[in-house]
Design a protein around this ligand. Structure first.
Ligand code: AMP
Ligand code: GLY
Length: 420
């Protein structure tokens, strides 16, 4: 099969490398990918957001199957556009991608189906939102309704900070149209778990659980980032909690979406918080998470292409989705200063012996040389029989990668190891 993957980061590189292992995949394209993936797939210089060009390329190149990975293209309806031309896809159609595309939709959906989540209100008027936050319990969580590059959430510790966040999003248009509607919700506490699931709209099969590390600096301080590392499985996510999540969250979500006439297919990501009152949904993502995918897919033993096809064909119930009992750690190496201000264009060297374990997120090829080209540059991974071993090996491998302004956290997996 000729397969194309849409997207260009570390997550996409992890997917590409896994798909390459499948005997079913004869040709692999990535749009646009990045220079660090050139050995694994053919790079096609088409933006992940250019639906028209994506569809034309797929039709003209005889693509048999498309994997639509990032949030914006999914929410914009890339799957619908490809399906219209008869090209089957991994990923939800636009009406199902709304679980991530609109937090107000997701919250209303959870309310309709009795799925546990933080109590909330939705506001379209700045004046009403300001009145509400002036007396809201603290901290207060303020979320832009739409996609905001993962930056649309503010946890306000004071009423002044809450009012400021409301104003910035609404009249300040900090997130453009995404912030013209706000969800303001109850602050929850507890360990966070990411559970990525394959689903064909009827059957849902969770992958091994993961833990992201969102803050820039060791000890979970500093600004929020796209994710500085991940481990899998997440030791907080016990078998009992997994069973409870299946019954109270995963199945009701899949059934609810089918009942509402927008069956979800592809990868559904549950961002969960294990609160003293039980697991609750913090957010849905309509796609593989990054960097969690870089720690989860190395543990997948089944054929990823078979699973993807099963989510499209409605045969997931009969398709094996097996993970090894090992652990995996992914350490993200970023450009110093990320996510605020950083330089790029430095020579990136990756020793051949660690190349199979490295996913490139931000690099470009210039005259045959790999140069850094983003805030997050690479994810360095390792699988081990224990989490401790995976963490140790991943950090050893970071020594085999270099670029001038490399910065990475030294404590990925630390909290998980302490819990163990
Ligand atoms: P999101 O962009 O929805 O992933 O939110 C970013 C982060 O904000 C989450 O990973 C949580 O750490 C935090 N967060 C979001 N909603 C809440 C909430 N209701 N209570 C506490 N923390 C939250
Ligand atoms: N790791 C969180 C996300 O992919 O949004």
């Amino acid at each position: 099969m000729k397969v194309m993957v849409i997207g260009g980061g570390g997550r996409e590189h992890a997917i590409v490398k896994k798909l390459k292992e499948s005997a079913k995949v004869s040709e692999l394209y990535v749009l646009p990918g990045n220079g660090g993936m050139a050995a694994d797939a053919k790079l096609v210089d088409i933006s992940a957001d250019d639906i028209g060009a994506i569809v034309d390329f797929a039709v003209n190149s005889g693509i048999d199957y498309a994997v639509v990975t990032p949030d914006d293209p999914l929410v914009a309806g890339t799957v619908d556009a490809l399906n219209e031309k008869g090209i089957p896809c991994f990923g939800p159609r636009r009406d199902a991608a709304m679980l991530e595309g609109s937090k107000a939709f997701a919250k209303g959906f959870m309310r309709r189906h009795g799925i546990p989540t933080a109590a909330y209100e939705v506001f379209d008027s700045e004046a009403e939102a300001l009145t509400y936050v002036a007396a809201a319990p603290l901290p207060t969580v303020i979320k832009a309704d739409g996609l905001a590059l993962g930056k649309g959430v503010t946890i306000a510790e004071t009423h002044e900070a809450a009012a400021e966040a409301v104003r910035e999003a609404m009249s300040g248009r900090k997130f453009g149209d995404s912030g013209s509607r706000l969800v303001i919700e109850q602050f929850l506490t507890g360990p966070e778990v990411s559970v990525l699931c394959f689903t064909d709209g009827k059957t849902i099969k969770p992958m091994v659980s993961g833990m992201d590390h969102k803050r820039a600096r060791d000890g979970d301080i500093g600004p929020n980032t796209g994710g500085m590392g991940a481990i899998a499985p997440n030791p907080y996510y016990t078998a009992d909690i997994a069973a409870e999540c299946m019954e109270k969250i995963f199945l009701p979500t899949i059934r609810g979406m089918a009942e509402e006439g927008r069956p979800f297919t592809g990868c559904l990501y549950f961002g969960l918080m294990l609160t003293p009152d039980g697991p609750k949904v913090i957010e849905y993502n309509c796609r593989f998470g990054d960097p969690e995918t870089q720690a989860v897919l190395p543990l997948l033993q089944s054929d990823l292409m078979d699973i993807m096809l099963a989510t499209t064909n409605g045969t997931l119930a009969e398709t094996p989705v097996e993970f090894s009992n090992d652990s995996c750690c992914c350490v993200v190496m970023a450009s110093d200063g990320y996510p605020v201000k950083y330089e790029k264009g430095f020579k990136l060297s990756i020793a051949p012996e660690v190349e199979p374990y490295v996913y490139v997120a931000g690099a470009k090829l210039a005259d045959g040389e790999l140069l850094t080209n983003g805030g997050r540059v690479i994810g360095v991974t390792a699988v081990g029989a224990t989490l401790a071993e995976a963490v140790k090996t991943a950090y050893e491998r970071t020594e085999k990668v270099s670029f001038a302004n490399a910065y990475y956290r030294r404590d990925i997996g630390g909290r998980a190891l302490a819990k163990e």
